[in-house]
Write a protein that binds this ligand. Structure first.
Ligand SMILES: Cc1ncc(COP(=O)(O)O)c(C=O)c1O
Length: 467
């Protein structure tokens, strides 16, 4: 699958230099002792090409980023035009038109009174910003003890030390301890693996499960002491663990709890915003009102790096008086090139009805992926919008999962490479139970869904016979 396009003229040098000098992120470098580093050289639409000239369907939108797909010259042109006009100006007491216009536009899309936009360079910085704002806000309004954060098991919120502390993945944290103290975990909304007696008498009541999961936040707040808890960080659909959508009513109950205890609700939408779920923001899709939204990735479709923390008017209010200021910032937060690209990106979203495309096609995406449920290894297909996880199991009837050794053999030893060899770029992940993660560009239609399904079918079928 995938046409050939000719080998990169500098292939051998690139391979050598990658191995000798490039420190890749979250990468087991020893893998490349015996194989080539996959080097991606170009992209067009939903496809990317490697340095051997082989084509892949980009079924992860890079890393939940490339909403419009690759090769959009309008976005490249917007970046070049801005770099020529004003390449750089920080937002430290100064402003530039791109940041002003983008802040106004994003505030217009954001739900309710989320009207204040603080730009960062990426998602982790947006999460850091939200936590720091929560702490600082409560100090200014006379509740100085409120500083702790609650988040969910297996959730990923970034790698800087504050964001990593909020992250619920012990495997990513322990080597960096001690991290920033004062964060606590509650259960996530993995309905497929709902603990016994949380989903009604016959284990099928998803709303009861949602109420239970939300109520665990109240339990955690009580356990920690409401006067010490500042915020709860939740993704609309949790990514790590393989796409856990919120049960109906979950966020409504979380909102009630946050109001009751005066705890800020932060919607971490680094993945879920800008169309991934068919709306500007996931909070809109699930009908809840956060106090802050953190976002990044899709805001520029990856043509330049940018993140943002969007806060309610209430949260900025104490900073508008006298000598107060939020003593926080990033040199590259709201970079002029990035904000210009974001404006052009959002123009295309509107002109080409990208959100509508996701809403019109998400049912087809779901039903195409659900065809895979006939394979013995496919335990669950879950997600919303253009954001899915396929959980792999050893035994479908008992939902038995793989042990560490099997998971290693299955995911690292076979799946990742086999999917890639067959022309599908996506992610086989075992930060929770083993899952294949899918988040294609938002321009994808049935032909792409079919291609994803066909490749997965071939590879997962082979995988079932391995163990
Ligand atoms: C929900 C969530 N929060 C935060 C982050 C961190 O973003 P970044 O890698 O841009 O720092 C990510 C990254 O994938 C994410 O998915």
């Amino acid at each position: 699958m995938g046409g050939m396009d000719g080998k990169h003229p500098d292939y051998d040098h690139l391979q050598r230099a990658a191995k000798d000098h490039l420190w890749m992120h979250f990468t087991r470098h020893s893998t490349y002792d015996t194989s080539d580093v996959p080097i991606i050289v170009r992209g067009e639409g939903a496809y990317i090409w490697d340095a051997n000239g082989k084509r892949y369907l980009d079924a992860l939108a890079g890393l939940f980023v490339s909403q419009l797909g690759h090769g959009r010259t309008e976005l490249a042109d917007a970046a070049a035009k801005q770099a020529r006009e004003l390449a750089f100006m920080p937002l430290w007491s100064y402003a530039h038109p791109g940041a002003i216009e983008l802040a106004e536009r994003v505030a217009g899309y954001a739900p309710g009174d989320l009207n204040r936009v603080f730009f960062t360079s990426g998602g982790g910085e947006a999460v850091e910003t939200a936590w720091k704002l929560a702490k600082n806000y409560f100090k200014l309004v006379g509740k100085p003890m409120k500083h702790k954060v609650i988040s969910r098991a297996i959730a990923y919120h970034g790698t800087t030390q504050g964001a990593l502390s909020i992250t619920g993945l012990p495997m990513l944290k322990q080597q960096f301890e001690p991290l920033v103290p004062s964060t606590f975990r509650v259960p996530n909304t993995n309905f497929y693996r709902a603990p016994a007696n949380t989903a009604g008498a016959d284990d099928t009541d998803v709303e009861a499960f949602g109420r239970w999961a939300a109520d665990q936040i109240a339990v955690a707040i009580e356990n920690e002491g409401p006067d010490t808890v500042a915020a709860v960080f939740l993704e609309p659909v949790q990514n790590a663990g393989g796409c856990f959508p919120p049960p109906p009513g979950y966020f409504q109950r979380v909102r009630e709890i946050c109001d009751e205890y005066d705890v800020l609700l932060v919607s971490d939408e680094v993945i879920c915003a800008f169309g991934r779920l068919g709306h500007w923001f996931g909070a809109e899709r699930y009908g809840y009102q956060p106090d802050m939204i953190t976002c990044a990735k899709g805001i520029t479709s990856g043509y330049a790096p940018l993140g943002a923390m969007i806060a309610s008017d209430k949260l900025m209010e104490p900073f508008l008086k006298g000598h107060e200021s939020f003593a926080h910032g990033y040199t590259f937060g709201g970079h002029p090139v990035s904000t210009a690209v974001a404006m052009a990106n959002l123009d295309i979203f509107e002109n080409e009805k990208v959100l509508e495309n996701v809403r019109d096609n998400e049912g087809a995406f779901r039903s195409t992926l659900e065809r895979l449920k006939d394979l013995p290894i496919v335990g669950d297909v879950r997600g919303d919008g253009y954001f899915y996880g396929i959980e792999l199991v050893k035994d479908k009837d008992t939902k038995e999962t793989f042990n560490d050794e099997e998971s290693e053999k299955l995911l690292r030893g076979f799946l990742s490479k086999a999917l890639y060899d067959e022309g599908l770029y996506c992610r086989a992940d075992d930060r929770g139970d083993p899952v294949v993660q899918l988040a294609p560009p938002l321009i994808c239609t049935q032909e792409h869904f079919d291609e994803i399904e066909q490749i997965l079918r071939v590879v997962l079928d082979k995988a079932s016979t391995l163990l």
